[in-house]
Design a protein around this ligand. Sequence first.
Ligand code: ADP
Length: 213
Amino acid sequence: MINIQFSTRQNKIIEIVKENQPISSEQIASILKVTRATLRTDLSILTMTGVLDARPKVGYFYTGESRSTLFLDQIKDIKVKDFESTPVVVDEGTSVYNAIVTLFLEDVGTIFVTSKGYLAGVVSRKDFLKSAIGTLDINKVPVGIIMTRMPNIVMTYPEESMYDVAVKIINHQVDSLPVVYKEENEKKILYKVVGKISKTSIASLFVDLGAKG
Ligand code: ADP
């Protein structure tokens, strides 16, 4: 997590600057009863992170939040619905062979599998490779047999933050998550697949942030 913990002295410096701005490094040093040299590292950390602003011949100002906090807030504000891509979905009755063809035609690494229109599972490259080295007749066996199935599917929601999705992808060591809408049907909770967030979505968010920087 991008979060900087300041030392006790750095926090004291922030308080001094808040109350006395603009204030020179000599004045800060004299309030803290230390030499200017002692403060050099602290002051450069505080200016680099954007908490303090140093203006030549004027002194230090307090600018508000640290840049790292602002960056984190910015990432947490970006929602799945703004970065999701189109999901590739097949019915659980589709043969493994046809699902592999779909994987190639759609140029994806993961396919979401539905049963009666609702999320039933996920099938990825490794699942297909496993089925290919076994004795399965991939023309006959339905994809529902080789998929990872509910309730073990890690999902995300349109309103979830991109940061939280990235955490899920890392923690569960998967390439992509279905974006779902929850529906209650005769007391059963079912999920409609409406999108997809993959490692590529995270990379394009990263590129977007860099381009804005
Ligand atoms: P690959 O097979 O290309 O390495 P993954 O790392 O995403 O792709 O898949 C590894 C395993 O995790 C596969 O068995 C796959 O079915 C399963 N899997 C993939 N995505 C999910 C998900 N969102 N939730 C649960 N399991 C998943």
